[in-house]
Design a protein around this ligand. Structure first.
Ligand code: GTP
Length: 509
């Protein structure tokens, strides 16, 4: 049977099964690790993008607040200058009022412009004369300017306008007389709604918020107004103008960014909740995990199917191997049977003849002698007659056992030549050596004293004819025939001479 008869790949790769298992496990694990890494990376990217977007938003809204307040402040500066230079005489007020009305019309964020004297009395306003009766000395900004010589703009917490009820952020400046004493206040009321309208257009999700606050923590605008308090501006690091960080608040993680205004003591804060920032990422991650789990399941199913196939192939391979071994064993058995004598287990005549030819050639090449012993059981017919055929068979086995002891060299071979006749071929042995071996065999059998009632000696004996030669140029077949004939002739002489003896062939036979 050819070597590659069964499954060549499996035959040559015994590690295929564990390698396939390892591959499936490794591939599944790598797939899982890769997707987890990708999902984690995507999460970090989302958070970075959200942080960057919220920083940009805080910066843009700070700029917007700065521009809005700067516009109001510029108007206030103009108003203050007119009142301080031109004075507060009633005849000057109509012109100032028109100036105020024009500015309010030009700037949509301005709800009104107001001017009060040092007593808190109404000088003029963008409303005209409607508010003459209002006393503003109770307003916080009025008290502050009256008590502080500071000429900077002052921004107050939001309050409802007295005429419209609309919530406004009062932006105010102090008026001084020629000697630098308090001489009244000018007020620009900036609409809270103006900021809220802008903030409403921005996407800060459900739990996010935007606030514009004074540095002391006072919230001016907040979108959505209903949002929980969140971080207050007075808790921000005072040395930094901008920044971003994450905070845990009421079990919710928020991403904060803030930016302080350059000219005014205000800060814009934007807040996004991490859950909302990561909402889309969560959906995508879940989908990716589902896809990868499906892939891993498919990979494992395919792997198991492959393993199943490989196992099947291995079993087939094993069965074929067993069949092959069995056939080889049977062939050996047959070969043995073809070369072996069934009764004695010695080489049969066919085997002996083949071996004789080989040994003759070898002896000729090696220039060595080759000896042959021909053995015959004495009076075996009588033995058979006396002890029966099976007793005769048993006797032949005993003789074979003794003869086998004469095989000492690799080239030696004991064989049953036929009937009760045996041969022993002795390699590299001359006549005298062969005679010694023959005598030893004869004596050994004699010493066993196998009972032979029909023999005059009372025991079983053998006669042995011996011949040895140096094979010359003859063909192997001729040398073999010579050896057999001469040994046989010597055996004949041994029988004729009275049996139970060894006779070495001599030319006169
Ligand atoms: N039991 C048994 N007997 C066998 C076997 N082969 C041959 N024989 C017997 O061996 C006997 C051989 O006898 P003979 O050739 O007359 O020679 P012998 O009786 O041994 O007498 P000598 O050779 O002159 O001593 C025959 O009776 C055969 O039947 C065998 O395999 N088993």
């Amino acid at each position: 049977m050819p070597d590659n008869f069964a499954v060549p790949l499996l035959h040559r790769k015994p590690m295929l099964l564990p390698l396939t298992k390892a591959f499936v496990v490794l591939a599944s694990f790598s797939l899982l690790v890769s997707v987890i890494w990708l999902i984690w990376d995507a999460r970090q990217t989302r958070l970075d993008e959200a942080r960057s977007a919220s920083e940009n938003l805080a910066a843009a809204l700070a700029q917007h607040a700065e521009d809005t307040l700067k516009a109001a402040d510029t108007v206030l500066l103009g108003l203050a200058e007119r009142l301080e230079v031109d004075g507060q005489e009633p005849n000057r007020m109509p012109r100032l009022q028109r100036f105020m009305q024009q500015r309010v019309q030009e700037l949509p964020d301005l709800q009104s412009l107001l001017a009060f004297d040092r007593e808190g009395n109404w000088l003029t306003s963008s409303y005209g004369a409607r508010m003459q009766d209002h006393d503003n000395t109770d307003r916080g900004y009025f008290k502050w300017h009256r008590e502080h010589e500071d000429s900077h703009v002052y921004i107050s917490p939001p309050l409802p306008g007295r005429s419209s009820g609309e919530w406004v952020i009062p932006v105010t400046r102090r008026l001084n007389d020629n000697e630098g004493r308090f001489n009244g206040v000018v007020v620009a009321s900036v609409r809270v709604n103006y900021f809220q309208q802008v903030y409403q257009t921005l996407d800060i999700k459900y739990h996010g918020f935007i606030s514009l606050s004074l540095n002391d923590g006072t919230v001016l605008v907040r979108q959505p107004p209903s949002a929980d308090n969140g971080l207050l501006s007075n808790t921000l690091p005072s040395q930094q103008n901008s920044g971003s960080f994450r905070l845990m608040e009421n079990g919710r993680k928020r991403m904060y960014s803030y930016r302080r205004l350059e000219r005014y003591p205000l800060v814009v804060i934007t807040a996004l909740t991490q859950d909302e920032v990561l909402a889309n990422w969560r959906t995508e991650a879940a989908m990716q995990i589902v896809v990868v789990v499906i892939l891993i399941v498919l990979l494992n199913l395919f792997g198991f199917y492959l393993l199943h196939l490989i196992k099947g192939e291995l079993e087939t391979h094993r069965a074929l191997q067993q069949a092959r071994d069995h056939l080889a064993e049977q062939r050996l058995q047959l070969e043995k049977l073809a070369l072996e004598d069934e009764l004695t287990g010695l080489a049969n005549r066919r085997h002996f003849m083949a071996h004789l030819n080989e040994e003759l050639r070898r002896a000729r090449r090696a220039r060595q002698p080759l000896a042959l012993l021909m053995l015959d059981v004495d009076l075996f017919k009588q033995y058979n007659d006396l002890y029966g055929h099976s007793g005769g068979d048993q006797c032949l086995r005993q003789v074979a056992k003794v003869l086998r002891m004469g095989q000492n060299r690799p080239g030696d071979l004991a064989a049953r030549y036929g009937g009760e006749e045996f041969c022993l071929l002795l390699s590299a042995t001359d006549s005298s050596g062969a005679a010694r071996v023959a005598e030893k065999i004869r004596q050994t059998l004699e010493q066993r004293a196998i009972s032979h009632g029909a023999s005059p000696l009372g025991i079983l004996t053998i006669s042995i004819g011996v011949h040895a030669l140096y094979p010359q140029k003859d063909t192997a077949q001729e040398a073999g025939e010579t050896l057999l004939q001469c040994a046989d002739a010597a055996l004949y002489q041994a029988k004729a001479g009275g049996r139970n003896r060894v006779v070495v062939y001599r030319d006169e036979y």
